[in-house]
Design a protein around this ligand. Structure first.
Ligand code: NAD
Length: 366
């Protein structure tokens, strides 16, 4: 069959493929459309083996439905492994809403999304991600209880981003300890790409730790705000990969580690919050390893937000969330050592560890 030819759904080698997108390993994918509000969303449930599939909702102006589908499949799979390696009793799920969050989002749209989440009876639990905030979760909550990341004033755990940033900071310190023999970030040149919810708090931790912080963002208002508060130096968006930096912290969107960027990167360490940083997890993990760049696996070090929203279900405090996020430091160091001793990439080592936990739980269920 011609690969460019649109296909109806076909089954190939026991694997569901639709328009060249593979659903391998996913339990359920739900397409949601609400004509009145213009909501077009996809909910991906990768696994419910360890528990309900919890993962945030991303709103993004995808070029087409295929891009949105690919993103939700990759993101929801990543959530399974993130929960597993973090020791949480959660499965992996994620949702995407197609549209520009700054101009197309409405309260009614988020309420309609809440009705779709509710229709899944708790198999999927939502939270915020790029383009979505705690007040959107309040709209969702009007129609479903299967929502986390609601404001503290309503008994929720609030914005998960600060805990995510704290976990990333700890993962970065582990990578520093692994590479330089001590975890001090004093004087280290760190470039934070994307200074949104997570990026801003990460900049704060880095500044306090004495790092020389550079920032990049597509929005001038974000850059002006962060540089004026923290004195961070601005790096133009198209100069990020060749910048003179010790640590590259991707905190915008995924796939920034690819064929084009990896040969340019001068940093010794990559450690950031963005999900799915490796455009191809096999090829680009190996490319980084060959270049001697230490990669702190994204789904391991950005688990702080998931840890925080899970506190709404498992009923633990913010202090406990921060303690668990701080423990990302030891896990990351252990994964980096494991990767080195097995001569595999850190991503492979982390994936292996997470997959073993899911497989063991599945065995018990059988
Ligand atoms: P956000 O939307 O608040 O911030 C993202 C920032 O990146 C925005 O300021 C945006 O303008 C900027 N950006 C987009 N494209 C860019 C580009 N090409 N170059 C530079 N900047 C660009 O999102 P967030 O909540 O801070 O999340 C950041 C990343 O971390 C995302 O990939 C998200 O999936 C991931 N993540 C977030 C959390 C969380 O708790 N918020 C948890 C885990 C993972």
């Amino acid at each position: 069959m011609n690969s460019s030819q649109p296909t109806s759904s076909i089954e190939r080698n026991n694997e569901w493929v639709f328009n060249n997108v593979s659903f391998k390993g996913h339990e359920q994918v739900v397409f949601c459309h609400d004509e009145e509000t213009g909501l077009k969303a996809i909910i991906g449930i990768h696994s419910t083996v360890l528990g309900p599939a919890l993962g945030g909702t991303r709103m993004w102006a995808y070029e087409n439905e295929g891009d949105a589908l690919r993103d939700v499949l990759r993101l929801s799979r990543g959530m399974t492994f993130k929960a597993a390696i973090s020791g949480l009793n959660l499965g992996g799920g994620k949702a995407v809403i197609i549209g520009d969050a700054r101009t197309q989002k409405s309260e009614a749209m988020m309420e309609a999304f809440g009705r779709f989440v509710n229709s899944l009876s708790g198999r999927y639990i939502t939270a915020e991600d790029v383009g979505i905030n705690t007040s959107d979760m309040v709209s969702v909550k009007k129609f479903t209880d299967h929502v986390t990341g609601i404001p503290e004033s309503m008994g929720g755990s609030g914005d998960p981003s600060p805990v995510t940033a704290f976990g990333v900071f700890n993962g970065m310190k582990a990578a520093a300890a692994f590479h330089w023999g001590n975890d001090s970030l004093e004087g280290k040149k760190v470039l934070v790409q994307g200074v949104g919810h997570v990026g801003e708090t990460l900049v704060k931790h880095l500044t306090e730790a004495g790092a020389k912080v550079m920032i990049s963002d597509i929005y001038a208002d974000r850059l002006d705000h962060i540089s004026s508060v923290y004195g961070a130096q601005i790096c133009p968006v198209d100069k990020v990969y060749e910048a003179d930096m010790d640590i590259y912290a991707p905190c915008a969107l995924g796939a920034t580690l690819n064929d084009k960027t990896i040969p340019l990167i001068k940093a010794s360490i990559v450690a950031g919050a963005a999900n799915n940083q490796l455009a191809d997890e096999n090829i680009h993990g190996k490319m980084l390893k060959e270049r001697g760049i230490v990669y702190a696996p994204d789904f391991l070090i950005n688990a702080g937000g998931l840890i925080n929203v899970y506190s709404e279900i498992a009923h633990y405090s913010l202090e406990e969330s921060l303690k668990k996020a701080a423990a990302i430091r030891d896990t990351t160091f252990w994964i980096l050592e494991k990767a080195a001793s097995l001569n595999i990439t850190p991503h492979e080592a982390a994936l292996q560890t997470a997959a073993e936990r899911v497989a063991a739980a599945k065995m018990k269920m059988a």
